[in-house]
Design a protein around this ligand. Structure first.
Ligand code: PLP
Length: 414
């Protein structure tokens, strides 16, 4: 029997264990040490642009600390792309500030620069103050319209925190994503471009900013022989063990990116002949996506076998195999969900041993953010209803992509 094909699995280079062994041998089993320094140096070399990098316990922690470094305080507003994973915006709430969601444009699926400017002007008019930061996201690795977004940010002099958690290895105009704004967020969770089992990093503009971030990441300790605290800090530094995995992973990052791109080419080519299923490709060569996850959209008219029964059953557990999911869904429906043909295709692929997943549900459609200001144009909500993420990454072979596309064809009514 064919082994199950997952959305995106971690793939080891074989060099990770030597770095971990060294940490044990030299007794550096702590949240600092030679692997942490080495991993940061590797990342700094990779991103270039004279940037400095701090390794942290998670990408979410990197977002949180970047917001603090941009001076976000209770009562402030921060503009964030609505079409994203919740880690882009939850830390805004941790700080007692309010996210202001901005919808996407249809080319890259990322923050719409025109809507961004409208949102800034309207917030200034309504509150008398500028938003404190702008958080664009590189959804599924696709670079955003950075020239346009940076022009708006510069015009109103608002710092940009790029959420490049999904965009490690993506480039815009030849420049590494995460190096355009004041700060850039990276994630090394188990399913991202590379993994440290769990972890993240913040790309900082200079050494001074890096030192400041490290200060907040290690409980804000002042320079005394005892624990003196003048500010609130966090325990967010990466462990030397995780950083050892990261150093091993850095040796295969470029290889992984190339593999993701090869699969994207193949999906594009094979899906070109499937009516009603559209591969999401980059708008032009300027947008050098890492294709972290390959995505498709389904024509609402497309008839998928079994779509009458889609949503008939209440799903138990949560997407992503999350541990600690305590809220069982009481109903199979919400007021904003993927179309029935999309859910039917997800179920059909699942039965064939293929994991697929809906796109991120826009934050402005999430009940927890129901009272938050949002500037929308229908793009992210429309995409959420028709989109599906397909298996990607180094654990998926080209032969498996052909199998997946065949199964997609097989579940469509002629
Ligand atoms: C994965 C991810 C993050 C960071 O997540 P962690 O799991 O905390 O590393 C942030 N933003 C986006 C868009 C992500 O996909």
């Amino acid at each position: 029997m064919r082994k199950r094909i997952y959305l995106c699995l971690a793939h080891m280079s074989g060099k990770e264990q030597a770095f971990i062994q060294e940490a044990f041998d030299t007794n550096w089993v702590v949240p600092l040490g030679p692997n942490v320094n080495g991993f940061e140096k590797d990342l700094e070399e990779f991103v270039g642009e004279d940037k400095k990098v701090v390794a942290l316990s998670a990408g979410t922690a990197a977002v949180h600390l970047a917001l603090i470094a941009c001076g976000v305080k209770p009562g402030d507003e921060v503009i964030c792309q609505s079409f994203t994973f919740c880690a882009s915006c939850h830390p805004i709430v941790y700080l007692g500030a309010t996210p202001v969601f901005v919808d996407s444009e249809p080319d890259t699926w990322n923050m719409d620069p025109e809507l961004l400017e409208k949102a800034i002007l309207d917030r200034i008019e309504k509150t008398g103050r500028k938003p404190k930061a702008i958080v664009p996201v590189y959804l599924y690795g696709m670079p955003a319209k950075l020239d346009e977004i940076m022009a708006v940010a510069d015009k109103y002099d608002i710092p940009v925190i790029e959420d490049a958690a999904e965009g490690l290895g993506s480039r815009y105009n030849g420049q590494v994503c995460g190096t355009f704004g004041r700060y850039g967020v990276l994630s090394f969770n188990g399913n991202k471009m590379i993994t440290t089992s769990g972890g993240g990093a913040l790309i900082c503009p200079d050494e001074e900013a890096k030192q400041r971030i490290m200060f907040y990441a290690t409980q804000a300790r002042e320079g005394f022989p005892y624990y003196q605290h003048e500010e609130i800090g966090y325990n967010y530094r990466m462990s030397n063990i995780c950083a050892g995995i990261g150093r091993g992973q850095m040796t295969v990052l470029e290889e992984h990116v190339e593999h993701h791109r090869r699969l994207a080419d193949l999906y594009e080519q094979l899906l070109a002949e499937v009516d009603g299923v559209t591969f999401h490709k980059r708008p032009s060569e300027k947008y050098d996506s890492n294709y972290w996850l390959n995505t498709v959209t389904l024509d609402p008219q497309l008839k998928v076998k079994g779509e009458e029964e889609a949503y008939a059953q209440v799903i138990t557990g949560a997407v992503g195999g999350a541990a600690g999911v305590t809220h069982a869904a009481g109903t199979a429906h919400t007021d904003c969900e993927p179309n029935r043909n999309v859910e039917a295709m997800r179920i059909a692929l699942d039965k064939a041993g293929i994991e697929s997943r809906p796109l991120w549900k826009p934050m402005h459609k999430q009940p927890v953010y129901r009272n938050v200001p949002a500037y929308t144009n229908g793009v992210s909500e429309g995409l959420f209803k028709v989109g599906l993420c397909l298996p990607s990454g180094p654990c998926v072979s080209e032969e498996e992509v052909a199998f997946i596309v065949n199964e997609i064809k097989g579940c469509i009514h002629a």
